[in-house]
Design a protein around this ligand. Structure first.
Ligand code: PLP
Length: 455
């Protein structure tokens, strides 16, 4: 009965809020229409496409975005988890201004790259580093390095985990057809995008997250053929799914026992989960760590750090980790400012206080309105997942009804709060420039949503 009522209310709310969205976003709609003339699909990335249409941005300042229709929005989207510094942070602006006046690109190393690598070395407990430009590049290099170091071809990833859009890891990600995905405890490797050959997917083995037995079974079944395991320490892109106690330690033990390498993809959790990301938070040290997103304070940069053993392949020239823009001086200057001036101890304390207020406030609203939902968070990132019991892997997440998150997203954007516009509940990101007022606005708009569904 409640389910039917929820279902009907959600459909009505979505229809109502979509109309309201369209009424308020006239200029965005115009730009979206015009964009089709020369931008394929009408946006610069397929994940900028949202229903009813993308929100076109004029500028950002502090914790706020200003759209082309003149709305001021509390930005919890954070450019898909990048803007930990907030918008136009004075230290980032100054670093980029200072560098650009001295040249923006040389494809020769600059001294500041060593300073940034030294910080990462200390924070993530990996001795040697290289830079790139995107999370995709860093996880691609990680797979290459794991294969080159072991002389083996197979890698293990977790079902539903997204690690970027290169062939090797675009496997069993976002897919929804359980008939194709196979048995939940023994998922199949399925290409996640046209253009990726099945032959490539056959080199990527898939296990359910939080399932050490499944990982061990793959390691045994493919003994001597697996190069490594790649995982986010906290599974993102399925809400926020923490590792169960002992899971990361177990992965480290199993990979050591089987002579297999372990990569942590900290593209989302690096910096945002705390200084040293989840590597420091959970105290488990992998062989390779991938960073990107928030490291550059809004400029494109990625980094890959690794053990002496693995990185010796780069040192001795066997593996050429390359890229025209690697170590670009503007990105490096911004990363240095990010690590030294923006992410201070005080900034992390401030983020911790606000995150507590967000998570506790949201959980209180969920409780008050008896929403079938819960809050999960790590560091500056958190999300509401609309499911009674916590998600522990991708199959749990598949069962979530995406209308809840979409109806909440529409209700909140129409009242001045921008959450990530994708999926069944992407994570919010707080920045160092967010304030208690931003948190209050988030909670007020969440309560409006809860009342609309349950009132
Ligand atoms: N790894 C994770 C965990 C991600 O969430 C993403 C992007 O969302 C990537 C890698 C790829 O990063 P990029 O989009 O910078 O290529």
């Amino acid at each position: 009965m409640t389910l039917d009522r929820d279902s009907q209310r959600l459909d009505e709310l979505i229809a109502f809020e979509q109309d309201r969205f369209v009424d308020r976003m006239g200029r965005s709609a115009e730009l979206a229409r015009a964009a089709h003339r020369s931008l394929a699909g009408g946006a610069t990335s397929s994940w900028q496409l949202t229903d009813p249409h993308p929100i076109w941005i004029d500028h950002g300042k502090g914790s706020r975005l200003f759209d082309v229709d003149g709305h001021e929005l509390v930005d919890l989207h954070g450019g898909y988890g990048v803007m930990l510094a907030g918008h136009a942070h004075p230290a980032i602006a100054e670093a980029v201004r200072g560098q650009i006046a001295h040249g923006s690109h040389f494809a020769q190393p600059v001294e500041e790259a060593v300073v940034v690598a030294d910080h990462l070395r200390a924070d993530y407990r990996q001795p040697l580093w290289r830079f790139g430009n995107s999370g995709t590049e860093s996880t691609m290099d990680a797979v290459h390095l794991m294969r080159a170091a072991t002389g083996r071809d197979l890698v293990i990833k977790f079902e539903g985990a997204y690690h970027g859009h290169h062939d090797m890891l675009q496997v069993s990600t976002w897919l929804t057809d359980t008939a194709v995905l196979g048995a939940p405890d023994r998922p199949r490797s399925v290409v996640a995008s046209p253009g990726i050959p099945d032959a490539v997917a056959s080199l990527t083995l898939v296990a359910p997250f939080n399932d050490l037995d499944a990982v061990e079974a793959l390691l045994v079944a493919h003994a001597g053929k697996v190069a490594g395991v790649i995982t986010e320490p906290v599974l993102m892109n399925c809400g926020v799914v923490p590792p169960e106690p002992g899971f990361l330690e177990g992965l480290r033990r199993l990979t050591n026992e089987h002579g297999v390498l372990l990569t942590f993809d900290e593209v989302k959790t690096g910096l945002t989960a705390g200084r040293g990301g989840c590597t420091a938070r959970y105290g488990v040290t992998p062989d390779l760590v991938c960073l990107a997103k928030s490291l550059g304070g809004g400029l494109p940069i990625s980094a890959i750090g690794g053990s002496e053993d693995v990185m010796s392949l780069i040192v001795n020239g066997a593996y050429e980790q390359v890229g025209t823009f690697n170590g670009n001086p503007l990105s490096i200057a911004a990363a240095r400012a990010m690590l030294e001036e923006v992410m201070t101890d005080e900034a992390y304390r401030h983020l911790g206080d606000m995150q507590m207020a967000m998570a506790e406030g949201a959980q209180a609203i969920i409780h008050e309105y008896a929403l079938p939902a819960y809050v999960a968070d790590v560091g500056a990132k958190g999300s509401i997942t609309y499911r009674e019991s916590p998600v522990r892997n991708y199959r749990d997440f598949l069962a979530v009804d995406g209308r809840w998150a979409y109806a909440a997203w529409l209700t909140q954007i129409n009242r001045g709060v921008l959450l990530p516009p994708w999926g069944k509940g992407e994570q919010w990101l707080l920045s160092v420039q967010h304030t208690a007022e931003d948190v209050d606005l988030y909670l007020e708009t969440l309560a409006v949503f809860a009342l609309a569904v349950r009132g």
